[in-house]
Design a protein around this ligand. Structure first.
Ligand SMILES: Nc1ncnc2c1ncn2[C@@H]1O[C@H](COP(=O)(O)OP(=O)(O)OP(=O)(O)O)[C@@H](O)[C@H]1O
Ligand SMILES: CC(C)(CO)[C@@H](O)C(=O)[O-]
Ligand code: BAL
Length: 282
């Protein structure tokens, strides 16, 4: 496994492979790797000849400076995990490498459609501009044929697909299933911040989503949402940002069950830690 910190070194390594028409996959991450990330690497290995994993805690997508400051960065552990997973290249750039004028912000704005401002976009204003800005830079640096993202960040996958379309980039975007702990909690790097009690309380998120999924076909939509929200609101230490049943392209709340891709999405603060999760409804 080769580890590089600069775009030019990475490109020198990848160029001969790309000239020989090897299929290159990219798995972008912010590190603090867990089994969810490893599942992306595994799926990428099934699709491509070469897998590049990037580790970069991207400052432009953080709206809360404290969240950025305390984001976990266990680099040695990450490298060991990637080595064991058989990843071929790790790209770990500095902030200056990705944003040469940092801390002066670069000009960046693209139209991601109305869904940018819903859900995560409402609670983390500007988040998807930051995400698409760095993913564009990573795609430009690596030149992947295909890139893998987790369905846990469902809205992120939608936004990245829109960015790729906006720039006509020749990159296939693959959304991969959510990996959960045995008790249902969606794996996330931020779970490390949960106290023992928070960890117990956090289970209400996947339970409420499961309740929605199990009852979607048999219950009235309004009742279903009310009951699922009540389950979360009754849990001490959990502060709900949103729970919605939305259409999977527009992310608008659905008015009837006949829509194409219904999905339940949730975000809540559990103690001091903000978590998100979602479940497809058919
Ligand atoms: N439980 C999971 N199952 C599948 N994919 C996941 C899971 N958790 C994260 N991913 C995906 O891994 C990629 C990198 O995510 P990231 O490094 O932000 O990890 P994370 O666990 O989502 O961290 P956090 O949510 O705390 O920022 C993203 O595409 C994300 O959707
Ligand atoms: C896609 C991503 C690596 C961009 O920084 C990040 O948002 C993440 O880890 O989901
Ligand atoms: N996995 C999403 C990245 C973020 O929360 O900023």
């Amino acid at each position: 496994m080769e580890i590089t910190n600069t775009i030019s070194a990475l490109q020198m390594l990848l160029m001969p492979l790309q000239m020989a028409k090897s299929k290159v996959a990219l798995v972008p991450t912010m590190g603090a790797l867990h089994k969810g990330h490893l599942s992306l690497i595994k799926i990428a290995q099934q699709h491509a000849d070469v897998v590049v994993c990037s580790i970069f805690v991207n400052p432009t997508q953080f709206t809360d400076p404290k969240d950025l400051e305390k984001y976990p960065r266990p680099l040695e552990h990450d490298i060991k995990m990637l080595q064991e997973a058989g990843c071929n290249f790790v790209f770990m750039p500095t902030v200056k490498e990705m944003y040469p004028s940092f801390p002066t912000p670069e000009n960046w704005y693209i139209d991601l459609g109305a869904a940018e401002f819903l859900l995560e976009g409402e609670f983390r204003k500007g988040h998807y501009q930051g995400v698409t800005q760095i993913v564009k830079k990573l795609f430009d640096a690596v030149g992947p044929d295909v890139a893998f993202f987790g369905q846990k960040d469902f809205q992120q996958v939608l936004m990245i697909k829109r960015m790729v379309k906006h720039f006509n980039m020749p990159v296939e975007i693959v959304s991969c299933p959510i990996i959960r702990e045995d008790d249902g909690l969606a794996m996330s790097s931020r779970n490390i911040h949960l106290s023992k009690t928070d960890r117990e309380h956090s289970l209400i998120l996947s339970r409420a989503l499961k309740y929605v999924a199990d009852n979607f076909n048999k219950s009235d939509l309004t009742d279903l949402l009310l009951k699922a929200k009540a389950m979360i609101n009754e849990m001490p230490g959990v502060e709900l940002d949103y729970l919605t049943i939305a259409e999977g392209e527009t992310l608008l709340p659905i008015a009837n069950k006949q829509v194409k891709n219904p999905i339940a999405l949730v975000a809540a603060k559990v103690g001091e830690t903000r978590l998100i999760d979602n479940m497809l409804l058919n």
